[in-house]
Design a binder for this molecule. Structure first.
Ligand code: AMP
Length: 298
């Protein structure tokens, strides 16, 4: 067994431990836990940016050892989605993980995660009925499956997820509770560009013109949050209209996929904002699909 003292030698070195097999990754985590260390886990699909950085830094604050996974998970992409062109930048990811304060990288091949003959699915009901669920059929089953597998491979104490993917956090929290994973799911606020656009690996698909117009998404969300503060009890349909108008004024070609006001726990639509709610949106700018959300506090 690896002898690792608490508040540890790993923390002081920038050298990243790297694992490609489930077996070696799990052995590393088990050894660190046996030595009394608290493990934090940050699952990602790579192409890391400061949004992922916030998760890794938060994990490094709370935990002794931070494991980051990089895996572009094929089962969460639909047939017409961007699996083939999804950015893969492992060299810069390695450097950024170390810079953000991560200690270990899990970087498995597709066959390691989905060996021939794998037959199990994981479906989280209800929470996946709305928002991204119907427009990305199978997406959350793929997410739930890979995260369940990763939670078994990296049996961490804490796992960190970004609120940018608000529905995903809800689905993972539910899955984790239902399947008795002994991990605490920690949501981390969205990290934004200077103009408010939520950082995303997919922002690089935007043209210069689309990138400029994309700032209107956060402008619209912020206008709605301000409206709720000024007028508690405002009807959701008025907020939806305000958001849509704000975006379409800046980007008339934007195509709304959904704009909804939902309960932050159940994700059920609410008709007026009398308690905390979440405004959640998905839209296309050109061929790029962007999602974002904001808390509405009365
Ligand atoms: P991804 O690599 O896009 O699958 O994201 C990996 C994790 O990083 C997920 O928990 C995301 O919600 C989170 N994440 C991505 N972008 C951001 C952001 N701008 N702010 C905070 N967390 C983010």
């Amino acid at each position: 067994m690896m002898a690792v003292a608490r508040r540890d030698p790993l923390r002081k070195t920038s050298k990243l431990a790297e694992f490609h097999t489930a077996r070696s990754m799990r052995a590393f985590v088990r050894a660190a836990q046996a030595a009394g260390q608290v493990i934090g886990f940050v699952p990602t699909m790579g192409a890391l940016h400061a949004g992922h950085g916030a998760l890794i830094r938060r994990a490094a604050k709370k935990c002794d050892v931070v494991v980051v996974s990089v895996f572009v998970n094929p089962t969460q992409f639909g047939p017409n989605e961007d699996l083939a062109k999804y950015p893969r930048t492992i060299d810069s990811d390695r450097a950024l993980i170390a810079e953000f304060g991560g200690h270990a990288l899990f970087f498995p091949a597709v066959d390691e995660m989905y060996p021939k003959g794998a037959a199990t699915t994981v479906h989280v009901a209800h929470l996946t009925d709305g928002l991204c669920g119907p427009v990305r059929p199978g997406h959350f089953d793929g997410v739930a499956l890979i995260v369940a597998k990763l939670f078994n491979i990296v049996p961490a104490d804490y796992a960190f997820f970004g609120e940018k993917d608000f529905q995903q956090v809800a689905v993972i929290r539910q899955m984790s509770r239902d399947l008795d994973f002994p991990v605490k799911v920690v949501p981390v606020p969205t990290v934004r560009e200077k103009d408010g656009l939520a950082m995303s690996s997919r922002n690089r698909y935007l043209s210069v013109d689309e990138r400029a117009k994309a700032a209107s998404i956060y402008a619209g969300l912020s206008a709605c949050a301000a409206r709720v503060k000024a007028k508690p009890g405002v009807a959701s349909k008025d907020l939806i209209a305000l958001f849509t108008k704000t975006v379409l004024k800046a980007a008339p070609e934007a195509r709304m996929q959904y704009v909804e006001v939902v309960d932050p726990i159940t994700l059920a639509p609410v008709s007026k904002v009398t308690a905390e709610a979440r405004l959640i949106v998905a839209l296309f700018l050109g061929t790029t699909r962007l999602i974002d959300n904001v808390a509405l506090r009365v």
